[in-house]
Write a protein that binds this ligand. Structure first.
Ligand SMILES: Cc1cc2nc3c(=O)[nH]c(=O)nc-3n(C[C@H](O)[C@H](O)[C@H](O)COP(=O)(O)OP(=O)(O)OC[C@H]3O[C@@H](n4cnc5c(N)ncnc54)[C@H](O)[C@@H]3O)c2cc1C
Ligand SMILES: NC(=O)c1ccc[n+]([C@@H]2O[C@H](COP(=O)([O-])OP(=O)(O)OC[C@H]3O[C@@H](n4cnc5c(N)ncnc54)[C@H](OP(=O)(O)O)[C@@H]3O)[C@@H](O)[C@H]2O)c1
Length: 267
């Protein structure tokens, strides 16, 4: 995408051309942006949209988790500009007013309704894998379904701990508080030291799970009976975390078989 908005719109049976309404940079490479919402667009918190940009003669498509709540008029996404990445290079000069294609269907199985029971919902995210949990945590049904909500966000550097203000105020929203769940926010960095404030941890999700530090910080133990786990982001983190959970007796949710964890790999 060049610095002037492309004039042409693409007619695509499965997609509509939407407009970027705002762009927020958390760091030089990490941003959130909002678009108009296609008429009739439905999604379940935790699902992703396929976005398209026109680059020369072709249209490039990539998947992005929706971070906004289902009740908002706009859709929001949270992404990192990957150095040399074909799609994200096109978004370098993204500004309000730019057109973007949004597929009319939403996708994905990392949704809270996959769990038929459980008391504690653990949401484990690396980097931009936080995105779907921003939407999930704005869903009153999730606050009603679980007794404890534990969000673990692991990033390289402190400045990548996005959405802290929104997250820290969720419990004040009457429609969420009415559900009765307790939300705990655990933040971990792997390349920066953080202050030893409540919820601040050091190290990868896998390391924190193996050492027991994650459960100690939450004051909860991960068990097959009580715990349901969602994992999103770096696929190597997900593979390694699955193995740890598997050894502890937890199993993936399958189409017709209830389980204890669901995942979303970003690459
Ligand atoms: C189901 C699904 C949902 C996704 N949701 C998001 C989202 O909400 N936000 C988002 O930023 N990306 C998300 N992605 C990744 C996204 O679709 C693109 O792959 C990414 O934006 C990079 O596109 P690209 O063409 O610039 O580079 P690509 O050529 O697609 O990727 C190049 C490399 O960049 C790295 N990479 C890609 N995505 C990420 C990432 N998110 N964080 C760290 N490293 C990455 C990988 O090493 C990858 O091989 C999602 C992917 C899937 C499959
Ligand atoms: N974030 C940046 O400052 C930065 C700078 C330049 C380029 N990039 C590029 O931007 C993209 C996104 O980077 P990102 O930092 O958002 O995503 P990322 O590389 O997936 O890292 C996010 C977090 O996941 C951790 N992690 C990585 N592999 C793991 C594993 N196997 N098991 C458990 N945890 C793991 C990382 O810890 P570790 O720190 O221990 O790896 C980090 O805390 C990448 O393509 C990267 O090369 C990022």
């Amino acid at each position: 995408m060049s610095s002037t908005p492309p004039k042409a719109t693409v007619s695509h049976l499965k997609a509509s051309t939407e407009t970027v309404t705002s762009v927020h940079y958390w760091t030089e490479k990490l941003l959130s942006f909002r678009t108009t919402r296609p008429a009739g667009y439905q999604f379940t918190p935790g699902q992703f949209a396929r976005l398209g940009v026109v680059a020369g003669d072709e249209t490039l498509w990539r998947a992005y988790s929706v971070t906004s709540s289902v009740t908002e008029d706009e859709l929001e996404y949270f992404l990192v500009q990957v150095p040399g990445g074909l799609f994200t290079e096109q978004l370098k000069d993204l500004k309000p007013g730019y057109p973007i294609l949004v597929e009319k269907f939403s996708y994905g199985f990392m949704t809270a309704d996959r769990f038929v029971d459980g008391e504690d919902l653990w949401m484990l995210a690396t980097g931009t894998g936080l995105g779907p949990f921003i939407s999930i945590l704005q869903d009153p049904a999730v606050w009603k379904k679980f007794r404890n909500l534990i969000l673990v966000h692991c990033v390289r550097n402190v400045d990548e701990l996005a959405y802290q203000e929104l997250l820290s105020k969720l419990h004040l929203r009457p429609e969420l508080a009415a559900g009765g769940a307790r939300l705990q926010l655990l933040r971990s960095t792997t390349r920066d030291m953080q202050s030893p404030a409540a919820g601040n941890l050091q190290g990868r999700i896998t390391t924190l799970l193996t050492s027991g530090d994650m459960e100690a910080a939450a004051g909860l133990v991960i068990t097959t009976e009580a715990s349901r786990v969602m994992m999103c982001g770096n696929p190597e983190m997900i593979t390694a975390t699955r193995d740890i959970l598997y050894q502890r007796g937890l199993r993936p949710c399958r189409r017709a078989v209830p389980g204890q964890f669901v995942t979303e790999d970003y690459w």
